[in-house]
Design a protein around this ligand. Structure first.
Ligand SMILES: [Zn+2]
Length: 297
């Protein structure tokens, strides 16, 4: 009988720890989530950051039309490449080696704050070092730079943003139940990355959900992109395993402790308040280059 109780107790405890939610953040396990000194997210601001110079990022495969699987995993919406021959890879930007895209997912509201502001949406692009065979393997080597995450923050726009419509149609297909998934073809990641990626924050942190692995190299782009409230509300409508809408899925800010935040200032010199989707950015760059050419010539 005692044995049965012990076994039952073991499984109950296991189920409780497996059922982490955004309402029980103080009880997340493993213990590094609570006690780890280098957890994410953190508050970012130019006044806290030291200016640093990093070489430019080199991004390969972010402009292609990808076949992906979009899933409601009960904690977020994830998008991962599906039977994709050419997996997007990134290097440069002070990273050692090339990193392959594993998946991307969204948090509503944002997890990181910039200059004290929390944004309505944050996208995380999770990558792993190409020397590992999978993200799962790389995450065992997180402390040695196995995993890097790139974050894009989205600000509230009065208008719907065309680029999101295709994705949100797929979100509606997986809205009702945890683990529902659907194919999402024609997904172009670059549409969700600012045109100017030269300005970014860099710091060492953790995964922002259990297991909270530390040693993750974070890049948070300074430039933000637009999304409308109606579009954010589609994300907020997805349901958890308890059949409740996942209204918010952001982790509270974590203490900085002994860490340094670095910032690379974009040489293009657009202020952080200006936000560029790809089309507008091209126009801006042409004007910028033309003005520069006229005045230097
Ligand atoms: Zn995340």
């Amino acid at each position: 009988m005692l044995f049965v109780c012990l076994v039952a107790g073991f499984f109950t405890a296991d189920i409780i720890s497996a059922e982490w939610t955004y309402d029980n953040q103080g009880n997340w396990s493993p213990s590094v989530c609570i006690e780890g000194p280098h957890q994410s997210p953190i508050a970012l601001s130019t006044s806290l950051a030291e200016e640093a110079d990093f070489p430019p990022f080199r991004m390969d495969g972010y402009w292609q039309n990808m076949s992906t699987i979009l899933q409601n995993n009960g904690h977020s919406v994830t998008i991962r490449p599906n039977h994709q021959k050419h997996i997007p890879r990134i290097h440069g930007g002070g990273l050692s080696g090339k990193y392959k895209l594993d998946h991307l997912h969204f948090h509503w509201k944002s997890e990181h704050t910039m200059e004290g502001q929390r944004f309505p949406l944050e996208m995380h692009m999770v990558h792993y070092h190409e020397k590992y065979s999978s993200y799962q393997e790389a995450s065992d080597y997180a402390a040695e730079g196995g995993v890097v995450v790139f974050a894009v923050l989205f600000y509230l726009s009065p208008d719907d943003v065309e680029e999101f419509n295709h994705v949100l149609k797929a979100v509606l297909h997986v809205q009702k139940h945890e683990n529902q998934q659907t194919e999402l073809d024609g997904f172009v990641i670059k549409n969700f990355i600012p045109m100017d990626v030269a300005g970014f924050y860099r710091y060492n942190g953790s995964l922002t959900s259990p297991g909270c692995n530390e040693g993750i190299i974070w890049t948070v782009f300074v430039h933000t992109l637009p999304i409308s409230q109606a579009q954010v509300d589609v994300f907020r409508s997805i349901r958890t395993r308890h059949n409740k809408p996942l209204e918010e899925n952001f982790r509270e800010l974590q203490p900085l402790n002994d860490r340094h935040i670095l910032i690379k200032i974009s040489p293009v010199g657009v202020s952080a308040g200006q936000n560029l989707f790809a089309g507008n950015a091209n126009v801006f760059l042409v004007i910028f280059i033309s003005i520069k050419y006229c005045f230097s010539g």
